[in-house]
Each structure stands twice: as C-alpha cells, then as structure tokens.
Design a protein around this ligand. Structure first.
Ligand SMILES: Cc1ncc(COP(=O)(O)O)c(C=O)c1O
Length: 263
C-alpha cells in the first residue's frame, strides 16, 4: 500500500503525520474490523453505493456496528478536501468504533502481469467478508514475488481456482466462453467482477487449475487494476494478452464507468 496522502478519523480530516488512533482497538490489535477500497476518478467515487453495501454485509457478518450515514458524510468531506483527482479512497471500520478514511495514490500497474499459484484454504466463516485480517493476502504476494512472479493466485487444496489476493480472475475456454470462479467457491463478491458479469456472458463455477492453464487468455479484475491481462501463470505463458474476450471485458468495464461517471 502506498503512503496515504490524507486521513479522516471519525470525520476529522488530517494530514498523515497528524493522524493517530486511540488504543486499545482490536481493529489494530487483532485485525478485527472491515474495509473497502474505492477508486476516485476525476474527484468522483466509482460504485460507492456498492462498496458501502459490501462493507455493510462484511460488518454484519462479524457483528460489527457500522454507521453508514456518518461514513457517507465523512467520505464527502474527505473528497471535498482532495487535491488529487485520481486516487484511491480506503474506508475502515474498527472494532473499537473508529471510522477511518484514507486517500492514497493510485498503484502503478503494468500492462500485463505474471502470477504464481499458492495453495490456500478459504476461512469459511469469513467467506465474502472484507475484514481487516488481510495478512494472508499480503503474505501470498511476497511468496509469489519470491517465486519470480508479480502477484499470487489462490488455489484451493482440491485444485479449484479462487482469486488473486486483491483481484478476481477470468479466463476463456478454447471455444470462446468466459469463466470465473463462483462466489460459493470461496471468493470475494468483487465489484469489478459484477460490472463485467452484468454486461457479458460468463460461466461461474468451481473450475480446476488445469482448465485455467489450458485457456487461450486470462485476466485479473479489480478496483485498482480494472481489467489486466495475465501474461503467465507459473510455467504457462498465455499467447494472447490481451485476447478478444479480455478486450470485451475491458470495454464492458469502460462502459460501466461511462454510465456512472460520464465520458
Ligand atoms: C480478495 C479480493 N478479491 C477480489 C477483489 C476485487 O474486488 P473489487 O473489484 O471490488 O475491487 C478484492 C479487492 O480488493 C479482494 O480483496
């Protein structure tokens, strides 16, 4: 995560050096809390309502009170103070009741990406919950980098493909259909994934790694990456990056952006 540019704590807008949190807070001490990361395009948040809906579902799943009205007011004030029109907004709710907004620079993503697979068992009671307990998601990226890739891909012990630590994954079949893991497989209900699914036909299910490795093309989808072609997974190099279905998904996502935020 890049160094934040500005914070809001319980509605108080602060520069990074001036922001501090009272302890104890199990949000910090135990990763007990929830968060969202929202992309700001030209000063305006994309899919803010869907992000806050997911944050409410995450909070409800761990019995964490969340004051959506207060969060919304505080987000507006933080965005009004912005000097960076294109950036990320992180919103955090901690167990001790702190509401944190953080403005961060956009991460720089390469045009295509290499992944390394990592075996992972989803924690069933946190399925679909964007909790603050993301240490495993951070650690897999370090493991993938040590293996010579840029990012990790979670694979269940039964070889079912899941997702990258902060992105969903799609791939094409040899006869030109798109596939993505079903939410029930143990993946996050990604908002970028939803925007693609609303616009193009995609099969959802529990698919084995072999199916992905045999694909002619594959891509990651997320708030920060949008649609990013995959160049390689382990030893398998993809011939088409981007292939036609990756281009179609990128166009579908651009359409979603234009519909909400204008051209
Ligand atoms: C585990 C996981 N999967 C997928 C995604 C992509 O979700 P979204 O499209 O809402 O950014 C994220 C986002 O951070 C994530 O943490």
């Amino acid at each position: 995560m890049a160094d934040p540019l500005k914070f809001s704590i319980d509605g108080l807008v602060l520069d990074p050096g001036d922001a501090s949190l009272p302890l104890p807070d199990d949000g910090l001490l135990r990763g007990d809390g929830v968060f969202e990361v929202i992309r700001i395009y030209a000063g305006r948040p994309f899919a803010l309502g869907l992000h806050l809906d997911r944050m409410e579902r995450s909070a409800a799943a761990i019995e964490l009170p969340l004051d959506r009205a207060a969060l919304t007011t505080e987000i507006e004030a933080l965005l009004d103070s912005l000097d960076h029109p294109d950036c990320l907004l992180r919103v955090v709710q901690t167990r001790a009741g702190r509401r944190i907004g953080s403005i961060e620079p956009l991460p720089v993503h390469t045009a295509t990406i290499a992944l390394a697979t990592v075996t992972y068992s989803p924690t069933v009671i946190l399925n679909g919950v964007k909790s603050l307990s993301y240490a495993a998601n951070m650690q897999v990226t370090r493991l993938a980098k040590a293996a010579g890739a840029a990012e990790a891909l979670f694979i269940r012990p039964d070889q079912v493909v899941l997702e990258a630590p902060t992105s969903s994954i799609f791939w094409a079949t040899a006869d030109g259909r798109l596939r993505t893991p079903a939410i029930e497989a143990g993946v996050l209900d990604s908002i970028t994934r939803r925007k693609v699914l609303e616009r193009i036909e995609v099969e959802q299910g529990e698919f084995p790694l072999d199916d992905l490795l045999a694909a002619p093309e594959a891509f990651l989808a997320s708030t920060t990456r949008e649609v990013q072609p995959i160049e390689r997974i382990d030893d398998r190099t993809y011939p088409e990056k981007p292939g036609p279905l990756t281009k179609a998904a990128a166009a579908a996502f651009t359409q979603a952006l234009e519909e909400e935020l204008g051209a």
